[in-house]
Design a protein around this ligand. Structure first.
Ligand code: ATP
Ligand code: MG
Length: 288
């Protein structure tokens, strides 16, 4: 699979109409993609073990999408093979009163993965240029000084986000960002399913259908954000999301290729540690 197809080029104005949510790449069916996904899940587990042992890099995976695009299930499937000790998922909801009393990065900075870990942001500071842009009343609650609220607000947020991500990258944080691109028709189908199936009712809220009315505004905000914040150090991928099995395959592929591109290796024992190991073996063998 050529994951470059879904990579957003840096400094390029993208048009979401050029990206087909129904795309399934080289696969025709879920069964076609099954073996590749399994392989990637196993490889991810192997690489995560080294990432953890080496304790140098941290991997941050950011997921953004409209409701019902499959963020939760993608995270569940792609991470199914990894050791829970080395992985943490944060879901960012509407900010609390305490969070609103800080800059918008505050709560996210606190949630960044430690070295050796994989951190997943299910939504993120990108909401600050998405939902906040679509609903200006949210901005009012942020208590910003008037000089920060001019017409350059969004441009400044894009710049700040790029700079913060570059700072993090320079400190060993490897960042990959995924926009799960679902079509409006498919979202409707999934909402109806959430309403019809009692076991899925809990996932549905009336607000979700109200948000859907702002679909076009969201798509404009997404296109702007994707065009402005896909960088060499923190690239965006637009992942087709009308077929969940393909979404998983693309995300797993990108994560595995990213980890493979790092200089991952188990720490080598020094002379002293090797001597300790030999001594310990002798002691164990001398028992009884
Ligand atoms: P699901 O797909 O299961 O519905 P979800 O991620 O949509 O999961 P919800 O609790 O439904 O989870 O929604 C979280 C809500 O919080 C979203 O509507 C999102 O836009 C909002 N949110 C997240 N971050 C911010 C933010 N910084 N400012 C304002 N709203 C935010
Ligand atoms: Mg929701």
């Amino acid at each position: 699979m050529n994951h470059e197809t879904y990579l957003v080029p840096t400094g390029h104005r993208i048009d979401l109409a050029d990206y087909d949510p129904g795309d399934t790449g080289p696969f025709r069916t879920k069964e076609d993609a099954f073996a590749k996904l399994q392989e990637d899940i196993e490889e991810l587990a192997r690489l995560q073990d080294i990432l953890y042992a080496q304790n140098t890099y941290a991997l941050l995976l950011i997921f953004q999408a409209m409701d019902a695009a499959g963020k939760d299930s993608t995270i569940k499937h792609v991470m199914s093979g990894v050791n829970p000790q080395g992985c943490q998922v944060y879901s960012f909801k509407t900010p609390s009163a305490e969070e609103l009393d800080h800059d918008y990065m505050w709560r996210c900075m606190k949630a960044l993965p430690e070295r050796g870990r994989i951190g997943i942001f299910n939504r993120s500071y990108y909401e600050e240029v998405l939902v906040v842009r679509v609903h200006p009343e949210i901005l009012e609650r942020e208590q910003l000084p008037p000089e920060s609220k001019g017409e350059n607000l969004w441009k400044h947020r894009f710049e700040d986000i790029n700079n913060i991500e570059r700072y993090l990258a320079r400190n060993g944080l490897v960042i990959r960002k995924f926009f799960l691109h679902v079509s409006k028709e498919e979202q409707k189908k999934r909402f109806l399913e959430r309403i019809e199936k009692p076991a899925k009712n809990w996932k549905f809220s009336l607000v979700d259908v109200e948000e859907r009315r702002h679909w076009e505004e969201y798509m404009d905000a997404y296109a702007d954000m994707l065009s402005a914040t896909s960088t060499a150090w923190a690239p965006w991928y637009i992942v087709p999301a009308d077929h969940k099995w393909f979404t998983r395959a693309v995300v797993a592929d990108v994560v595995v290729k990213t980890l493979r591109s790092l200089d991952l290796r188990y720490p080598e024992s020094g002379e002293e540690h090797r001597r300790d190991l030999r001594r310990a073996r002798d002691m164990l063998e001398a028992e009884h």
